[in-house]
Design a protein around this ligand. Structure first.
Ligand SMILES: Cc1ncc(COP(=O)(O)O)c(C=O)c1O
Length: 490
């Protein structure tokens, strides 16, 4: 029997049929955790493929040239990289290993890009050898790429990352990239035949905005299109603009739950009667001199505009100067648009399931439910992961024994509390029951995972999905994937 946790102010996650099928099958979960340990991360490939289709359909509907690159930094599983290629999209790589593995898994010069924030000589060498475009961030990277290209006697395909776009009179700061004011001059002065960087072949421009604004993306795209036309006139063979990731996804069923939660948390912090979170955590809100300061420091979990409609909003924006939409400007200038979604391609793709190890009451009389899991195995880069979890009971539940709990983890830190919110359950979990956290594939399940205490890293299982009855054999250990490939090769 399984139940969604019902905190006082619910945040009901969007879920998929495949998740519920798994929740219903206690025997399967027992078997998987016995075999692979706790927690396990399960990844559903058909959901990933469906997200790829959404992006393809949007671009096709405009008749645009496009490429989609899955930003694999959001999830390290190799199975998803293989699925990206099988689904006809590419992969954005951000380290030597990400690039090396992606090449082994079927990547090539057409379906890979290297966007690492720090680029070592080894990374650049590997990219040039395989003709993979390198997105350059600064002059030192140009110099290193030129040096490596000289050694290899091979041109490097590069894109220039730009930032500092002016939107509504304000310059958008980023620590990444060349300033938008300087990039045209820089390329014109130093890049190309007879110039300092004669082995850099500029094929595109790139930006990635830190915000989730479609407006900022549209304005930045228009500015980039202008730069591309000028550079094309100067003879540079520029064919694409890559607008990076940050495409919103929607985690929640209902907007009103989201607004209500925000309001109630603010009230709780302001009135100092916080019974929503562990140890009065304001999740970004603070009470200072009797006033409420700060803001909710989490991902914006509810988004009406997300994935395909987000891209549509970027493309439909009208450029006042030309009277054309962004999409029309791209078509008119024969520019290919590229995106690098990480999180949003992983929407509905993953769940994390952990085993209950103990229950205890703390000195405040609160129930703490200890899980075989730690805070690094489901960690948000912000204040909390705000989705209601599912409780998978091994035994019957009578519905009149509601209990409030916090889920606690295995690190020696006081703050290893897996969700900051107090969760109401229909029954106190028993040892050996399971808790499932849904939609964790994008950044949540193992982006920050460590081996502190010498804990084993969690196992990532790739679930092929099928119409047949669920069986153990539909779940593949991701660690085995590259090894199989190596075995085939040797
Ligand atoms: C250059 C670049 N591309 C793509 C992404 C993926 O972004 P998201 O997962 O928000 O779609 C990131 C995220 O940091 C990035 O820095």
């Amino acid at each position: 029997m399984y139940y969604k946790g019902k905190p006082k102010y619910q945040l009901t996650p969007k879920t998929s049929d495949w998740m519920h099928e798994i929740f219903e099958d206690n025997g399967l979960i027992n078997g998987l955790i016995e075999r692979y340990g706790s927690p396990i991360n399960i990844h559903h490939l058909p959901s990933f493929n469906q997200n790829c289709e959404i992006y393809k359909q949007v671009f096709n509907s405009y008749g645009l040239k496009y490429r989609v690159f899955y930003a694999r930094k959001a999830n390290k599983s190799k199975g998803l990289v293989k699925q990206a290629f099988a689904s006809g999209i590419g992969v954005d790589t951000a380290s030597f290993k990400e690039l090396e593995q992606s090449l082994v898994l079927g990547g090539n010069s057409e379906n890979l890009v290297l966007t690492a924030a720090i680029k070592t000589e080894a990374q650049i060498k590997l990219a040039i050898e395989h003709g993979v475009p390198i997105i350059l961030d600064n002059e030192d990277e140009c110099r290193l790429t030129q040096t490596v290209a000289t050694k290899l006697n091979k041109k490097a395909k590069v894109g220039f990352r730009i930032s500092g776009f002016e939107v509504d009179g304000e310059k958008l700061y980023s620590r990444f990239g060349f300033d938008v004011e300087d990039v045209e001059d820089f390329i014109g002065s130093y890049v190309g035949e007879g110039k300092t960087f004669d082995l850099l072949e500029v094929t595109g421009l790139h930006f990635h905005l830190d915000s989730y604004s479609t407006h900022q993306r549209s304005v930045s795209l228009i500015a980039s299109i202008k730069i591309v036309s000028t550079l094309k006139e100067k003879g540079y063979p520029i064919s694409f603009i890559d607008i990076g990731g940050g495409i919103l996804m929607n985690y929640l069923e209902e907007e009103k739950e989201w607004t209500n939660f925000n309001e109630k948390l603010k009230d709780a912090v302001l009135n100092q009667n916080n019974d929503i979170t562990f140890n009065d955590n304001g999740l970004g809100f603070r009470l200072e001199d009797g006033k409420l300061n700060g803001k909710l420091n989490t991902y914006p979990y509810f988004n009406k505009i997300n994935k395909g409609s987000f891209i549509k909003e970027v493309l439909d924006f009208m450029d006042e100067a030309s009277g054309l939409s962004v999409a029309s400007l791209l078509l008119k200038n024969n520019i290919e648009i590229r995106i690098e979604p990480g999180r949003s391609l992983l929407d509905q793709v993953g769940i994390t399931v952990a085993k209950v190890i103990h229950r205890k009451k703390d000195a405040k009389g609160q129930w703490l439910v200890g899980l075989e899991m730690n805070m690094s195995q489901m960690m948000s880069s912000s204040a909390d992961f705000l989705l209601d979890p599912y409780m998978l009971y091994n035994s019957e539940v009578e519905n009149d024994k509601d209990v409030d709990v916090f889920f606690t983890g295995a690190y020696c830190l006081e703050r290893d509390v897996l969700l900051k919110r107090k969760i109401t359950l229909p029954k106190l979990p028993e040892i050996g029951d399971y808790v499932a956290f849904v939609n964790t594939a994008g950044y949540m399940m193992h982006f920050f995972e460590t081996e502190a205490h010498l804990f084993e890293l969690s196992t990532n299982l790739i679930f092929t999905g099928s119409n047949e009855k669920l069986s153990f054999f539909q779940f593949i250990d991701d660690n085995k994937i590259v090894l199989e490939k190596h075995n085939e090769m040797h």
